[in-house]
Design a protein around this ligand. Structure first.
Ligand SMILES: NC(=O)c1ccc[n+]([C@@H]2O[C@H](COP(=O)([O-])OP(=O)(O)OC[C@H]3O[C@@H](n4cnc5c(N)ncnc54)[C@H](OP(=O)(O)O)[C@@H]3O)[C@@H](O)[C@H]2O)c1
Length: 288
């Protein structure tokens, strides 16, 4: 059943997925409160949403923002779960349901609690379950928007230098994640779901850059670098030391075992997951 004009608080409304959740909710007829730390800077948010000031590290601001809402979309873009207990308590005081943008890094453990080593997602999920609110967890694989990290190299050289070119990784379009979120925020039938969200395929990273090249209209090539060089790059770019080796191990393991794809986007929204080619065509200007 679709709810009539629910009032939804979107945390991370200016973010990669949150901005599409905001516009999707508005299209569905929902009333949207868009939470941001700096309303004066959130000029890119769609008109129609009401901006509310709030910060995940300030539970009072969250409680005030969530006072009269039916549902909450929650992103937790912080490196640890410190402060999450207070934030979840503040957000779930009145709301009937929470849709949490978790991640595919969460592993279900038979007979035990889910785990997400080095990441806060499993802990935030557990807090939401314990709050008693109705919940849906979105566990997306890598966002297609992550490919934008290659944009400067592609523009400058037509070459992407990286580790694990033969690793098969599924990327999911952030609009598909948002479309699933909108369904879960506005319809019954999603309580307790843990949706593993992928794109329609698991191209290798070398294939991914070729797909982007084809969409952009110029050849783009992958050049393999050593694991040691990749490790140095990640550390230099500020990745927490505790997760760097795990991330590189993960990529190495996907050479022989590419990530499996799911049909969840189609099952939940009725529309097939968008392809990387389509995403790249729409973002071609960023790569030219
Ligand atoms: N990238 C991936 O491949 C991937 C895959 C699976 C899951 N995820 C998860 O998706 C989530 C979003 O990741 P992202 O990197 O794309 O970030 P993002 O959503 O683009 O950006 C961060 C957003 O969070 C808000 N924000 C940041 N700190 C905040 C705070 N203290 N209080 C309130 N809002 C705050 C920002 O809002 P304002 O600046 O307007 O305040 C902004 O809207 C993360 O939790 C990530 O773990 C990512």
């Amino acid at each position: 059943m679709v709810e009539q004009s629910p009032k939804v608080l979107v945390v991370g409304a200016s973010g990669t997925v949150g901005r599409h959740v905001t516009s999707g909710l508005l299209r569905s007829g929902a009333e949207v409160l868009a939470l941001t730390r700096e309303p004066e800077r959130a000029t890119q948010l769609p008109s129609g949403a009401t901006l509310v000031r709030g910060d995940l590290t300030d539970p009072e601001s969250l409680a005030a923002a969530a006072r009269e809402v039916d549902a909450v979309f929650l992103a937790w873009p912080l490196h640890s779960a410190e402060g999450a207990a207070e934030a979840v308590a503040a957000l779930t005081g009145n709301a009937r349901r929470v849709v949490y943008l978790s991640s595919a890094a969460v592993r279900d453990v038979p007979g035990g609690e889910p785990e997400s080593p080095g990441r806060p997602d499993a802990e935030v999920e557990a807090l939401i379950v314990r709050s008693g609110v109705r919940y849906t967890f979105l566990r997306p694989h890598g966002f297609m928007a992550n490919a934008l990290r290659w944009a400067a190299e592609i523009r400058a050289t037509g070459l992407v230098r990286g580790y694990g070119g033969a690793a098969g990784l599924t990327l999911v379009d952030e609009r598909d994640i948002a479309a699933v979120a909108v369904r879960a925020l506005t319809e019954d039938g999603h309580h307790g779901a843990r949706y593993a969200l992928t794109g329609p395929a698991s191209p290798t990273q070398a294939e991914q850059v070729r797909i982007i090249g084809a969409a952009v209209g110029r050849p783009v090539r992958w050049e393999e670098i050593s694991r040691a060089a990749a490790r140095r790059q990640l550390v230099d770019s500020g990745w927490p030391l505790g997760i760097v080796d795990g991330a590189l191990d993960f990529v190495a393991a996907r050479v022989d075992a590419p990530e499996p794809v799911t049909g969840t986007v189609l099952d939940v929204t009725g529309t097939p997951a968008r392809s990387l080619h389509d995403w790249a065509v729409e973002h071609a200007d960023r790569f030219r």
